[in-house]
Design a protein around this ligand. Sequence first.
Ligand code: KG4
Ligand code: ZN
Length: 364
Amino acid sequence: MAPFLRILGIETSCDETAAAVVERAADGVPTVRSDVVLSQLEEHSAYGGVVPEIAARAHVEALDTLIDEALKRANVSLSEIDAIAATSGPGLIGGLLVGLMTGKAIAKASGKPLYAVNHLEGHALTARLTDGLSFPYLMLLVSGGHTQLILVRGVGDYERWGTTIDDALGEAFDKTAKLLSLPYPGGPAVERAAKSGNPERFKFPRPLVGEAKLNFSFSGLKTAVRQAATEIAPLSDQDVADICASFQNAVSRTLKDRIGRGLERFKTLFPDVAQPALVVAGGVAANLEVRGTLQALCDKNRFRFVAPPLHLCTDNAVMIAWAGLERMATGVLPDELDVQPRSRWPLDSNAEALLGFGKRGAKA
Ligand code: KG4
Ligand code: ZN
């Protein structure tokens, strides 16, 4: 067996263009040789959200240079790469086409195998790269496009325990910010404003709290924020701060209930796992209140709380490369070059389709 496998990863599913070179030694130890990410934040900020056409065009313009840069920083040539891994879903179809076509072209020209990677699998397996986690564990993905609680049982073996039935959590932060005329992206702006706010001033709803199914719902919360803001308009800075703090408070309590039940279920199903773990991923994982809530919940339930470094929590190509490596190492065959991108692609093929899934281009 080769001492290690080396792969080129490509990510273009939303508004980050990314390329990376990652290695996996025979004993599973990873080495990130390069990690290049170009965010399109500026291109989209004027519109208060990701515009798919602008995103696809920006990927076309940047990707070739980024791949060159990733190879250069890794100090390797294409001939020294064992395979290509490109995100092929879920996400915005224009961007996926750009990344997957580029991956296919490189695979064809170099004669290397291609792995068409599920973006969610990239998020799900990152904690094995960063923290060497062993299966099974729980993963909470909270980003602009997804809010999912997933049981990660093995490579390619996932069970979705909960998802949002309407807005993703990041989307709820973004919409709340927009309502309050705070800048995009909304999450950091809401968190900043909340610091000087009163979390108890507004009693916002905590949707689905108490339900046995582990789904999430955030659109009612957004509506309640709109109503509160309209009632007390014009808003002072203190009003905005109080709304943001009360919003975050409702989010935390909702997560506490939903994820708390998830931890209980995990313990019941896997009583022999000595050190169960909850991994968090996605941009909302940057939020200190959300992190604090999850950390406290894990402490209470004797779970290890794993929050990979933020640049590996948000969209990147290292996780796509790593998912490709994990598949290779498990003996999964590469994909044919006629593989197609999929804007919707649930990790768990048995999961029932719910209303909110993929609403915003299924961006994760
Ligand atoms: O994972 P991510 O970078 O991109 C995708 O959604 O693909 O997540 C972005 C989302 C946005 O909705 C943004 O508002 C949210 O993560 N976010 C935050 C914070 N930082 C980013 N939400 C709450 N608090 C934050 N500090
Ligand atoms: Zn993502």
